[in-house]
Design a binder for this molecule. Sequence first.
Ligand SMILES: Cc1cc2nc3c(=O)[nH]c(=O)nc-3n(C[C@H](O)[C@H](O)[C@H](O)COP(=O)(O)OP(=O)(O)OC[C@H]3O[C@@H](n4cnc5c(N)ncnc54)[C@H](O)[C@@H]3O)c2cc1C
Length: 414
Amino acid sequence: MKFDTLIVGGGLAGLTCGIRLQKNGVKCAIISTGQSALHFSSGSFDLLNELADGTKVDNPLAAAGRVGANHPYAKLDGKFAYYVREAKQLFFDCGIEVNGDAERNHLRITPMGTLKPTWLTFSDFTQLSSSHDIAGKKVLVVNIAGFLDFNTKFVADSFEKCGAECRISSINLPELERLRISPTEMRSTNIARVLENDKTLETLIRELAGKVSGFDSVALPAVFGLSSAAPVRKLKEALDIPVWLIPTMPPSVPGIRAQQQLRRSFEALGGVYMLGDTVVKADFKGNRVQAVYSVNHGDISFVAENFVLASGSYFSNGLVARPDSVIEPVFGSDVDFTAGRDSWYDKSFFNKQNYMTFGVATDDKLRIKIKGEVQQNLFAAGSVLSGSNTIHEGCGAGVSMLTALFVADNLIKG
Ligand SMILES: Cc1cc2nc3c(=O)[nH]c(=O)nc-3n(C[C@H](O)[C@H](O)[C@H](O)COP(=O)(O)OP(=O)(O)OC[C@H]3O[C@@H](n4cnc5c(N)ncnc54)[C@H](O)[C@@H]3O)c2cc1C
């Protein structure tokens, strides 16, 4: 099989890169093992919340120039602001509705009801400018009876710490009884499927309408709109008070919807997406990759002019930690990591963890190095890259999208 560009990994980075390439006439295939980090999304996309030295960031556009030399943002040829605009536009082009501004982080509500800064938030969710937006409000926190991945008590406690007055309630729908027979079926995605039925959603809205009188807003778990945002719109339009959808524990309904929308856009542009297959090895000639091989296709090779590694971090097996090293298993790329396992971790779980900054080594065009040699047609994008600490710095989605767009542009130009 022959393509212009073959992308390994179909999460946020792989799909962003593939969409940009297809739009510019580059024939792409994406091979992807399975779930991506989007399936676990908080509902928000981070750009830059903090610098490596702990300095808090309110304005990512202004602060991006102060990241370290090996940070992926330092390798975008000075076009950080341009790629930030392009990334947001790409979401809109794919029908993914997000709100937010790179000149000022806003606050998102976490599954625990606490507030965290971020760049873009799905329009399903509420965007807050400060905790004062909650203070003094009477909030009804409602759960679906039997749904364990949304903790109303935590949410209500957190809101009350911000000065709100909360009441907790639950809704019981006969249509969900079948799921409730087995607690393992009572998951966000299964509930969202049931609520895609118009009549069931209308029953839920009627039940809610009977409860919300006297409240300023109603908080609900984000279990609406798996394949499109229509149920979310219907819910919000039907109730007289603001609806605050709160992210649940994974899986993330809006995250899965975004993954599907990105994939559909890529395929509509003519891209080939092969889900459920894993790239395992590559053939090289000099400093060029000739072909890659996958589990499902055995000896049948995938030949391409260029290859992009977008296989994610440890979570997706893009990086694998061994007792004394960190490896990239497909191409054997050089990985930036510090010697001595003790230096990888901080024993305090919530402190900055160094292992999060490890990743594949690249040059200023994000071409991968192997044994110190730059590979001419092998690029890396997304969380497989070294140099950023997505949790500590709050830059996960930004790194994935901006580097993917930059790599795509290098391929289009060159
Ligand atoms: C659990 C979790 C939740 C997160 N939540 C957020 C959030 O809410 N907001 C935010 O800004 N950031 C978040 N992040 C940070 C996240 O890294 C980025 O936002 C981004 O989504 C990562 O995209 P990616 O494409 O680089 O990697 P991934 O999303 O990990 O995608 C990599 C893909 O490559 C596939 N793959 C791996 N190896 C192979 C192979 N050999 N062959 C074929 N396919 C392969 C995997 O199956 C996976 O589908 C989260 C990270 C994690 C781990």
